[in-house]
Write a protein that binds this ligand. Sequence first.
Ligand code: ADP
Ligand code: ASP
Ligand code: MG
Length: 436
Amino acid sequence: MLVLKFGGTSLGNSSRIKEVAELVGDGVPKIVVLSAMSGTTNKLVEIAQDLYVKRHSEANEKIDKLYKDYRKVIDELFADQIYKVKAIELIDLHTNRLRAYTQDLFTIYEERAVLALGELISTAFFHFYLEEKGTENVLLPALNFMRIDKEGEPDDFYIKQNLEREMEQHKGQTLFITQGFICRNAFGEVDNLKRGGSDYTASIIGSLVKAEEIQIWTDIDGFHNNDPRYVDSTAAIRELSFEEAAELAYFGAKILHPSSVTPAKKANIPVRLKNTLDPLAIGTLLTSNETGEGIKAIAAKDGITVIKIKSGRMLLAYGFMRKVFEIFETYKTPIDLITTSEVTVSLTVDDTSMLPDILVDLKKYGTVEVEENQTIICVVGNFIAESKGYALQIFDSLKDIPIRMISYGGSRHNISILVPSGFKKQALNAMHKKLF
Ligand code: ADP
Ligand code: ASP
Ligand code: MG
């Protein structure tokens, strides 16, 4: 069994959908995980924002536009009137539900249900299109088996049991389609795995069905050695270890959802990154092998806040660090980078939702400064031979960039540098020129 995930860009219009249908119709048993068509989830987010603040006419305008766009897709995608009608009924149902929210209460629960519509539509269209083509396939509703627990972690036991039950109802079938991103939470409500979460869905499913391989199909020929949105002449990497890919994804490489490597890594299932626009390109293979030496790739994560705590005492007395970390633990806020000096600790967070409370508690132990709009640049590779001067090359390339923090030596695989976000593009390009 293979698990293939196609992202929004792979399903951007009717001809792309047709190409994906070609790719999956080769008879090899597989579960196909689909995102929403590109742009849809963003539009749903905007509609939800309008509904929240009761901008009903704006919401209705956006719903009308979405409806029109989907009618166009339907006209281009289906040749057979039966399937056209089925698809129209489906978007009528969903857009009518959206419009009904303008008359009703709209809370976070409704918002999550709204965000789920993109995947519900794309998978239904794909299922109908395959049927029209005569390719047998089964649509598995992710909301019947994908579930997260109270901590927001996948509930593996529940997912496995329910997915197997769903699949057993279709014995002899080899092509299963399901929604990425969407799930239910511990209370049974519609929820999601956070933006970009379809990669995570594929990895969770792949690990639980013990797939031979998990394939993430997108609009680029694999994992590149730098962010192609900011740097020209980036190049695809043939192989990366799970650790390296996870680190890069966590630190901003948008090609993978930050959590998506974990399930595959735990189950030791290879992940292949492939390009829908160029299916023959080799792509990138992620495995547990640590191959190669030296610097492999760079990624950058924006929206970072630095918190600097100056201890009330002259020197960092023992117990001070524990107190600081406990505060972040209490508020379930992960720390990314940390550096210390004799009297201060600087650390970075990207989730600032609990920051006001955290600051109140931190101020009990010293003076606190906060600076927003920072970017972590993460250099990943295998720095076995320290003597090769990797750090020197990195810092040499950054001589014109103000560096706020440096994290080196935490692992043999990562060097992280904090810079003001305004310098991100310049820093990525300068490093690229020097390092690759
Ligand atoms: P999908 O819709 O298939 O999920 P995404 O937009 O989420 O696609 O991810 C693919 C995009 O990730 C690429 O088009 C590219 O611009 C961006 N990206 C950022 N960093 C990297 C990287 N290191 N390697 C490849 N792509 C990257
Ligand atoms: N459609 C969702 C999003 O745009 C999930 C995904 O694309 O993976 O975030
Ligand atoms: Mg994505």
